[in-house]
Design a protein around this ligand. Structure first.
Ligand code: PXP
Length: 249
């Protein structure tokens, strides 16, 4: 059964739109936990456009669930991770101009520096996950880097047409199997919604889904605790066959 990591970057987006004190993502993280979040994910971006350093430190001090720190593979972020000691670091590609993370990390293309960073973080007791597309070459590179986890990029599945979605789901299923055969543990995320999450949650060996946008969007109508509870129900008890359609409320 997959667990649910709730990405709360969008709460910080609203706060930063006014450079104000509210809404405070730390408060909302605790509400997400009340709704059943198994972990909280934040992306501390180089440009600090949403999550701030203070948020990460306060989350570390207050969360009862797990803290997953998404970050770029830079010296600045490495120093912050070593200081904060999150439960998991997820390394993601980062471009200043992008609206959100685009594409997976090219682990195969930068294996040497990534292997060094993964080793330093894991030697300090912080397991590392690499956000990659579900491709054999990338997954093999992830194994070579020494990382214990991968997060499979579900963006192509989420954006696919109804006809193409079964193929994208098959890629994720195969990628999960391949990663596990290589000894890697598997999370997934990006673009998942109440409507498309169930087939991904049902993949054998999938451990955690990281979901943000759709939960925060629904929270505007029903509150964050309820929005998380509704997503958790789908992630925990998904229908296996996408052709039956979603059970999303
Ligand atoms: N996983 C990763 C690596 C991400 O960068 C993001 C978006 O920040 C997510 C999951 C969550 O994506 P979404 O907000 O579309 O649910």
């Amino acid at each position: 059964m997959a667990s649910l990591g709730v990405n709360i970057d969008h709460i910080a987006n609203v706060r930063q739109a006014r450079r104000a004190l509210e809404p405070d993502p730390v408060t909302y993280a605790l509400l997400a936990e009340l709704g059943g979040a198994d972990g909280i994910t934040v992306h501390l971006r180089e440009d600090r456009r949403h999550i701030q350093d203070r948020d990460v430190a306060m989350l570390r001090a207050t969360l009862r669930s797990r803290l997953n720190l998404e970050m770029a593979a830079t010296a600045e972020m490495e120093a912050i991770a070593l200081q904060i000691q999150p439960d998991l670091v997820t390394l993601v590609p980062e471009k200043r101009q992008e609206v959100t993370t685009e594409g997976g990390l090219d682990v195969a293309g930068q294996l040497e520096p990534l292997t060094g960073l993964v080793g330093r973080l894991q030697d300090a007791g912080i397991p590392v996950s690499l956000f990659v597309d579900a491709e054999r070459g990338q997954l093999e590179a992830c194994q070579r880097s020494g990382a214990r986890w991968v997060e499979l990029h579900t963006g192509a599945y989420a954006e696919a047409s109804a006809q193409a979605q079964p193929l994208e789901l098959a890629r994720l299923t195969e990628g999960t199997f391949m990663a596990r055969s290589l000894g890697l543990r598997v999370n997934a995320g990006h673009g998942l919604t109440y409507q498309n999450v169930e087939p991904v949650a049902a993949i054998e060996g999938m451990e955690e889904l990281n979901i943000g946008h759709t939960i925060v969007a629904r929270a505007l109508a029903v509150g964050l605790e309820t929005a998380v509870r509704q997503m958790k129900a789908l992630v925990q008890n998904p229908r296996r066959d996408p052709l039956f359609g979603s059970t999303a409320p």
